[in-house]
Design a protein around this ligand. Structure first.
Ligand code: DON
Length: 571
């Protein structure tokens, strides 16, 4: 395995340098009739409106996700894909609507004749786009669990697109930040920079072409996008810029119901995203390793907990190297969450000294013998209804505005999810992740994700959560859970608390600016850890239900925060 550590490190630093600082906390929203936490106030309000109309958590989650397509077009999407973990009563399920590689994709799609990666090929322009899964995924989630009529669930998003909405500061800043790459495509430039400038924060924006798509989606379902004129338009614009996405790819796409990763941790039952995401396996294995390393009895503050969790992540992310589409992965939850393997992994942790990542081999080698980035390009929403049904849904275009190509006939951006494949195995991707052959590009395959929509419950209590932030999603999700489960934090405090991150390679602890005291940092360095400061590590949104029907919603204060809301106050 050859790994360019320097390349990985450089990518990480460049991308981390631009992150916003965490903002101050706020009280959690509490109420009694259901709750929604999402990135945007207008989208959360749509979810609440649907709950008030008698919709359940699935109706509200789909309506919120569709509202995000309109008001947060840099991440909310119909041109990307996502994952959802759902708990309705005792039934716990996992919907995989991750993008797939187009039929014409192969392991050399992103390489030149010399076998070197073609710059930007998996990041910018439609060659970077996987086959979108959101149109049929959101429809399928509603088909199986929704209570309200489909058109009722789609209508609030259509209305926002048709009547207009106030451009958020985040959207404005995202457009400004990505102007150079977005304006390489006249389709994108014409819509988003009409006079050469991005719409100002607060400006009223209507997107009639998206309203038309949503109107047809409401009456016809996904074929309004995956066949006919819109599918042809997607194929044409893709071809125009050297892409390989076809109308046939769109028509052939199908979401998949899967079993979530299930495990028990600290007295809670947990269900999270299994392959094609690494998220649930990472959350489950690291929870089990820190439990074996006496996490519960370790002082909350100081170096020891940071050391233990970094060592757990170092090992879990080494195993991520083997993961990919379920058809190609070299290991999965059965192997990586097996007690014997977790025992072996935790026994290899020196309680006082950092291991070198170069000495921690992925499972396959260990059994036989022996960078990171984040921007605001994924969006997570958590919903609970009055009956305690929960949906944790994360959806993404991968990078901010995906591949930067807007499809005017459809009203949305295409993703650049192909970069989540190991386009060159052994070399770091956008998130500094070094990935293996199991995640090589091949037609029809799903690219490995880190998204971690998660539901956890015990007698009389349940939470749903997840986040954005690439490889930092599973580490942030676990830290929130540990704060909430073991340290008496309420949901909001559990989200607010500073975070750290490690992902095997690069071999560093990433720490939010305020996560480590000078003494703790010095102690960790003395143990052999390298510390890199970062502005923020992922953004997590969560909801909670407790017996008697009381609900709570909380959003992460990092990176512009989000919006939580409940159906009605208790008092
Ligand atoms: O699926 C994944 O792991 C990535 N495409 C997620 C990207 C992401 O979270 C970016 N957001 N900040």
């Amino acid at each position: 395995m050859s790994i360019s550590r320097t390349g990985c490190f450089a990518i990480v630093l460049v991308l981390l340098g631009s992150l916003p600082l965490a903002a101050a906390s706020r009280p959690p929203a509490q109420g009694g009739g259901g709750a929604v936490a999402s990135d945007e106030r207008l989208a959360t309000e749509v979810g609440l409106e649907i709950l008030r109309q008698g919709g359940n958590a699935a109706d509200a989650a789909v309506a919120t996700a569709l509202a995000l397509v309109v008001v947060e077009p840099e991440a909310g999407n119909l041109g990307g894909g996502g994952l959802a973990v759902i708990k309705f009563g005792d039934e716990v399920t996992y919907l995989d609507f991750r993008e797939t590689a187009p039929a014409a994709a192969h392991r050399k799609t992103y390489l030149d004749e010399a076998g070197e990666p073609v710059p930007e090929a998996s990041l910018v322009g439609p060659l970077a786009a996987g086959v979108p899964g959101s149109p049929s995924g959101l429809f399928e989630l509603h088909r199986r669990y929704g209570k309200l009529k489909w058109r009722v669930v789609v209508e609030p998003a259509r209305r926002l697109a048709a009547d207009g909405f106030a451009v958020s500061r985040r959207l404005h800043h995202g457009l400004v930040a990505k102007k150079e790459v977005l304006t390489r495509f006249s389709e994108t430039a014409d819509r988003w920079f009409p006079e050469g400038e991005a719409p100002a924060p607060g400006a009223m924006l209507r997107i009639p072409e998206l309203a038309a798509t949503l109107a047809d989606y409401a009456s016809e379902g996904p074929t309004a996008i995956t066949s006919g004129d819109r599918a042809r338009a997607i194929e044409e614009v893709s071809k125009r810029y050297g892409g390989i996405l076809t109308a046939d790819d769109l028509a052939a796409y199908a979401p998949v119901w899967r079993e979530p990763v299930r495990f028990e941790a600290f007295g809670w039952q947990v269900a999270s995203a299994d392959l094609p995401s690494s998220g649930g396996i990472l959350v489950g294995s690291t929870a089990a390793i820190v439990d074996r390393l006496s996490w519960r009895d370790t002082p909350r503050f100081g170096a020891q907990r940071v050391h233990l969790i970094a060592e757990a992540w170092r090992r879990a992310f080494a195993d991520r190297f083997l993961l990919g589409d379920p058809s190609a992965a070299k290991a999965g939850a059965d192997e990586l969450l097996a007690s014997s393997w977790l025992d072996q992994r935790s026994a290899s942790v020196d309680p006082m000294k950092a291991s070198a990542s170069s000495s921690v081999e992925p499972w396959e080698h260990a059994v036989a013998s022996d960078g990171v980035s984040e921007s605001s390009d994924t969006t997570h929403l958590s919903v609970v209804d009055a009956d305690g049904n929960l949906v944790a849904l994360t959806t993404t275009l991968n990078g901010l505005f995906g591949c930067a190509l807007y499809v005017p006939e459809a009203g949305f951006f295409l993703n650049n999810e192909m970069d989540d494949f190991a386009t060159v195995p052994g070399r770091p991707n956008l998130y500094g992740l070094v990935q293996g052959e199991a995640n090589e590009v091949a037609a029809g395959k799903r690219m490995l994700s880190s998204m971690s929509p998660t539901v956890a419950w015990r007698e009389g209590e349940a939470v749903a959560l997840g986040g954005r932030g690439g490889s930092r999603i599973p580490t942030a999700t676990l830290q929130v859970l540990l704060n909430f489960w073991l340290d008496d934090d309420n949901l909001q405090a559990a989200l607010d608390r500073p975070r750290v991150h490690h992902q095997w390679l690069p071999d560093q602890i990433f720490s939010e600016d305020d996560a480590l005291s000078p003494e703790t940092k010095a102690e960790l360095e003395a143990r052999g850890h390298e510390i890199t400061w970062v502005g923020s590590l992922a953004q997590v949104h969560a909801v909670r239900w407790s017996a008697g029907g009381q609900v709570e919603a909380a959003v992460d204060p990092r990176g512009g925060g989000g919006a939580s809301g409940v159906v009605r106050p208790l008092f």
